[in-house]
Design a protein around this ligand. Sequence first.
Ligand SMILES: NC(=O)C1=CN([C@@H]2O[C@H](COP(=O)(O)OP(=O)(O)OC[C@H]3O[C@@H](n4cnc5c(N)ncnc54)[C@H](O)[C@@H]3O)[C@@H](O)[C@H]2O)[C@@H](O)CC1
Ligand SMILES: [K+]
Length: 461
Amino acid sequence: MQKIFDEVNSLDKRCYEKFLLSEDLLMEHAASSIASYIRENHSSCKSILIVCGSGNNGADGITLARLLHKKFDVKLYLASNPKSSMTQLQFQRVEALKIEIINELFEADIIVDCLFGTGLNKPLDEKSTNLINTLNSYNSFKIACDIPSGINNLGQVQSVAFEADITITMGALKTSLFSDVSKDYVGKIIVADLGVEREVYEVESNKFLLDESDMNLPFRNKKNSHKGSFGHLNVVAGCKKGAGIIAANAAFNFGSGLVSVVCHENLDLPYHLMQTHFISENCTAIAIGMGLGKYETDEIRKILNKNVSKIIDADLFYDELICEVLNQEIVLTPHPKEFCSLLKLCKIADIKVEELQNNRFLYVPMFSKKYPKVTLLLKGANVIISKNEKLFVNSFGSAVLSKGGSGDVLSGLIGSLLAQGYDCLDSVITASLAHTMAAKNYDKNNYSLLPTDLIEEIRKL
Ligand SMILES: NC(=O)C1=CN([C@@H]2O[C@H](COP(=O)(O)OP(=O)(O)OC[C@H]3O[C@@H](n4cnc5c(N)ncnc54)[C@H](O)[C@@H]3O)[C@@H](O)[C@H]2O)[C@@H](O)CC1
Ligand SMILES: [K+]
């Protein structure tokens, strides 16, 4: 996993003070990283348009123009006059080289967006909005320097933002790149070193971006085993029984030795799933909430107080009963609307979904601080997992998963690992990665995925 930071100004400052690197040197490395990327990946392209603002993001762009001059047909567009001292210095350097400054935008082979970086501190005016809209309308390959212009430090987009194919971000990963809104703008993200290795530049952080290698699949490492060695998950099926059956099916395919669906009515289940009317004596984990609908409160309370690992989803986020278990080691997997209800029930905030979506990295830590034993997974374009003030982002999700039943599969995967003895955080991290990797491997199209297709891909991981 890789560290994520809310801000990097203090890390830049640490570089000046601790390693005696100058701002000029850092900027040279920033621009050099973009130049190397272009030389290595787009050597056959001819024209490059670099669009610069008045601050140091613009200065990165002006420096880049100098580095690529002569190798490519480089044109600089200055959206406003160089303001920061670094921008002015870099500008004098390109003037000395007679690099062409243009007043009209055009569809170059590559566009590099250096309009605003981390210094964006107010809404875009009409001129900047129009400029970004024009750049977005071009078919050029689009590179964002540090962060696509228009995304602020909270990962919010007020009107428009540059739609990058790739973002080359300076020094370290920033939280703002991983808001749900940012997902449509950042493209692929790579980190540029600023004169020292990344591990030297970075300090401690409690936020992490998950990599594929963080997925710890339940491969068997003991030969002497039987079905009881891999746990028994009970999935409580409610009114909408399909949800529970999907979860149970996913759980069985993800390695749980036994899976039972708990339901008072007799169900017609696939042969590998068992049915029980009450929680099994030997169950090692419970999944509850999906498709639950109306139910007997006392019965659910009894299940929630059973001393085994639990994953709770869906309908229970609208019931005050949930507040009774928040001091247990449990897993909660709400989508944004359910999380808003949960925040209200536990008196943290009374907010609408839009407010949450604009501030996911604010409300998730608030919840975790109040309930450190809970492992929370907030669904979204970029899934956020949090436990005891540590936060993990899974950015592998895609629109393929935006279908009914995907969440039930995820609950089943988490339940399966809990039943097999994983702790809450490990279950959630591995299940979430497996869920998104399976969706990524589904190669038909991005609209037709069925829960059964997803489970089929899980089987192939
Ligand atoms: N500090 C350093 O050592 C380094 C900084 N670097 C670059 O510097 C960037 C940050 O530079 P700055 O702090 O100068 O900020 P920016 O270059 O992001 O922009 C700030 C400038 O834009 C103006 N501005 C902000 N919002 C505006 C809006 N909505 N409409 C019009 N004007 C607006 C500000 O008044 C200021 O002049 C980073 O994103 C990165 O690209 C990199 O070169 C790496 C090293
Ligand atoms: K930018």
